[in-house]
Each structure stands twice: as C-alpha cells, then as structure tokens.
Design a protein around this ligand. Structure first.
Ligand code: TXA
Ligand code: MG
Length: 327
C-alpha cells in the first residue's frame, strides 16, 4: 500500500472517506500524531494493532470532536467529567469512563472502561465530525519513539496505511495526561501537560498538597515505550554529561548530548541537539531530538529535569527512553 502525506486542511474529505471504509488515517494533534480508525468498527480497529505491531491487551483512546459524542460512548458519566471537559477539552487530557455497549471490546482490550479525549487540532476535529469518533494510539511502531511530525510517522509506518494528514510539528510534544474517573479516587495513569497540580485544583481528593496520592499503572505502561534504537542515558548536570560524553567518545561510540541551550558553555564543541530554553520547549522538542539522535549518533545523553509539573511529566517519558539509566 502506498502511503501519502497530504496537508491536513486539504485531506479532510479523503480522510473521512477512508475512515468510513474502515481504513486507517494518521491525524495531527497537539500532543503526538495519532493512527486512527472508526472506533465503532471492530474490523477497522483491528487494523491499528496489525499496523503498529501492538499487543492486543493495550487499550486505545477514543478521540471525539464534541462533548455530545461522549453520551454514545460512555455510561454513568460523573459530574467531574463535565467539569474537566469544560476546562481541558479540547486539550491534552484523556479521561477514563465506563464504556457503553457501542464501543467494541477490541478498543478497550476487553475491559469495561474507555479513554475519551478531544484533540485541539481543528482539522482533526473536522475529520471526526465528518466520519466517526476515532480510536487511535500514537502513530509509531509499538515500542518506538512517538511521532511529533508527519515525517516521523512516515519513517515508521510507511506502507501500513493510505493517508497521513500533516499539520506540522505537535505543539505539546508528549502524550496526553490519562486520568481514570472510574476508581474511587480519581487516579492519574499517565502524567502529561495537564499536570497533577492543575488537576488537584478541580479534584481535590485525587491529590494532596499538589502531590498525586496514587499513580497507578496504565495497562500500556508495562511495555517498554518511547525507546530509541541506540543506548540512551539521563544526566542531571552538564558537567556529568560532558564526562560521560568524553568516555563514550574514546570508546568510539559517537555520542550526543540532548539538552537545553543554557548548558552550551559547558558542552562547548561537543555534539549537541538543542531542546530550546524552557521546560515547555524541552517537552515539545524531546521526541524530535530522540528521532534525530538515533539516526545520527551512537550514544545519547539526555538532560534530566528535576522539577514538578510538566518537568515531571516529560521525565516520565525520558526515564522510559533511558530504561531508567542515569550517569
Ligand atoms: O496524546 C495522546 O494520548 C495520543 C494522541 C494520539 O491522542 N495517544 C496515545 O495513545 O498516546 P497510546 O495508545 O499510545 O497511549 C494510550 C495510553 C496507554 O498507556 C493505554 O494503556 C492507556 O492510555 N489507556 C487507554 N485506554 C485505557 C483504559 N480504558 N483504561 C486504562 N488505560 C487506558
Ligand atoms: Mg504510544
């Protein structure tokens, strides 16, 4: 199958047609690119697992274009959902609710709950409103780094689907926060740009003093995710990064330091990929930097952030990319 990249604005009609015919379409969001299929068609959703090489026991998020659609997809919807929807939808938040009978079990990995998210991208929402709610994981091969450009998707999934809708680089850069509202206490399953601190303002009982009481494991979290194809370690200081770099260079490994610009003075003439300046820049750029690093270099040293909020969310992904290794 030939895979086409088309501008999102121009590809909506074709995308809607493919979705209605049970095909796969890649769409842009503010977090990462998604690999979408009609969430109400078992046949269509199965194709996602085949294209990605994804284990069947990892559930998919259902993407919607209006809050009205939730009534079709979920039952026993708590007030907390509508409160959060008012504030964060569209946005980088996925909420887990009890599923309705309309959602096939292939979407929920056999479970009774469904993840609901409304992405910010206007073309993607138009695609959904012209076709169906879209079940979609990140548009990468299972276990590889998530895609934040159409090109990343093409490199990973070329030949597996017909159409990639391109709307440039994703603005947030890491996957949505996943919040489970079906537990007794609302529980963050995956941290993201809607942070524990932000949610604690709306859901006092999940969190205490701005800290998550309970971070459980999303089913998908047992798999190694976001992993580059070459070794990758974290480093909490620029001095340590430089030390590690020099060792690995002597070993002939062609290392690179992935870090923010503030450390350029320490790093000097060594290979560097810039993550920008702020923690938000870091988050937006990290997956692109890892994609670039694994292509050009043999060993990756990533700056470790130690703060709360978005810094903690992005470190959740970096720790996985590094398999927890730190120098
Ligand atoms: O930002 C995002 O969320 C992106 C874009 C495309 O929307 N999507 C994404 O999907 O990251 P995926 O499949 O790569 O990750 C979804 C995560 C997995 O860890 C999965 O286990 C969890 O959400 N999840 C989905 N449905 C769930 C459910 N019903 N209960 C618990 N966890 C769920
Ligand atoms: Mg993923």
């Amino acid at each position: 199958m030939e895979t086409k990249i088309v501008s999102a604005k121009e590809g909506i009609e074709e995308g809607a047609r493919i979705i209605k015919e049970d095909g796969l379409v890649v769409f842009p969001t503010e977090t990462v690119y998604g690999l979408g299929a009609n969430a109400l068609s078992e046949e269509a959703v199965k194709k996602i697992f085949t294209a990605k090489g994804r284990p069947q026991d990892n559930p998919l998020i259902v993407h919607i274009s209006s809050i009205e659609q939730v009534k079709d997809l979920a039952v026993d919807i708590p007030d907390a959902f509508y409160m959060l929807a008012d504030k964060y939808m569209p946005g980088p938040l996925t909420v887990i609710l009890k599923k309705s009978d309309k959602v096939p079990y292939v979407v929920t990995a056999g479970g009774e709950t469904v993840g609901i998210r409304m992405p910010k991208n206007v073309y993607t929402r138009e695609l959904i409103s012209k076709s169906f709610p879209l079940a979609a994981p990140s548009a990468n091969k299972s276990k590889h780094i998530s895609p934040t450009t159409a090109q990343h998707v093409f490199e990973d999934l070329q030949g597996e689907l017909e159409l990639i809708l391109d709307d440039g680089p994703c603005m947030v850069g890491i996957e949505s926060t996943v919040l489970d509202l079906t537990c007794d206490t609302p529980t963050i399953l995956r941290p993201g740009a809607v942070t524990a601190e932000m949610l604690s303002e709306d859901l006092g009982e999940v969190l205490q003093n701005g800290k998550v009481i309970k971070i459980a494991k999303a089913p998908g979290m047992k798999y190694t995710h976001y992993a580059p194809k070459v070794p990758c370690v974290m480093s909490a200081s620029a001095e340590k990064s430089v030390e590690e770099y020099d060792i690995k260079e002597k070993e002939g490994l062609n290392p690179v330091i992935v870090t923010r610009d503030i450390f350029r003075d320490v790093i000097k003439e060594r290979n560097i990929i810039s993550l920008g300046i702020t923690a938000e820049d870091y988050t937006r750029n990290i997956y692109s930097a890892l994609h670039e690093a694994e292509k050009k270099y043999g060993y990756i040293i990533v700056e470790k952030l130690t703060g709360a909020g978005i810094e903690a969310s992005v470190m959740n992904r970096v720790e996985k990319a590094c398999g927890g290794k730190e120098v």
